[in-house]
Design a binder for this molecule. Structure first.
Ligand SMILES: Nc1nc2c(c(=O)[nH]1)N=C([C@H](O)[C@H](O)COP(=O)(O)OP(=O)(O)OP(=O)(O)O)CN2
Ligand SMILES: [Zn+2]
Length: 129
């Protein structure tokens, strides 16, 4: 089936610690997180900002997490205070948190994959088939 694939990448800077981690990652420290989002669909949709069905998903919608925390994003915050307690602040669970929140605001039928990196050397990816 024909389909479109969007890829968008952005970054945000925040602090975190991993609860009960035996090592430096258990102390508060910061990262310049890089997030890559891939959205796939075989139909185009309207968006919050555009009334015409011309997009898989609006890049502005996909990129919500780069906004300042006071505007609903994850930039310049303490992730442990902003993310619900069922999500630990590992790259794995930040990816799932961004995935879960984004899925709720995307049109049905859009398949999503979220990758999160804390450092240039390590990535975590999350998708749900
Ligand atoms: N599977 C995971 N392992 C670790 C995570 C994680 O999110 N998922 N996170 C951490 C810590 O947050 C830590 O800040 C990152 O540790 P590390 O990769 O060792 O960071 P470095 O700055 O030392 O990275 P280098 O690029 O290797 O210098 C730990 N583990
Ligand atoms: Zn860290």
């Amino acid at each position: 089936m024909p389909k479109w694939k969007l890829v968008t990448e952005f970054s945000f800077s925040s602090a975190h610690y991993i609860k009960d981690y035996d090592g430096p990652c258990g102390r508060m420290h910061g990262h310049n997180y890089t997030v890559k989002m891939e959205a796939t669909a075989s139909e185009l949709h309207t968006s919050e900002y555009c009334p015409h069905p011309v997009m898989v998903a609006d890049f502005r919608t996909l990129r919500w997490a780069k906004r300042d925390v006071t505007k609903g994003g994850l930039d310049h915050c303490i992730l442990n205070e902003v993310m619900p307690p069922e999500y630990e602040t590992t790259a794995e669970m930040i990816a799932k948190y961004i995935y879960d929140k984004t899925k709720k605001i995307l049109p049905t039928g859009v398949k999503l994959k979220v990758s999160v990196s804390e450092t240039p050397n390590s990535w975590a990816e999350y998708e749900d088939d």
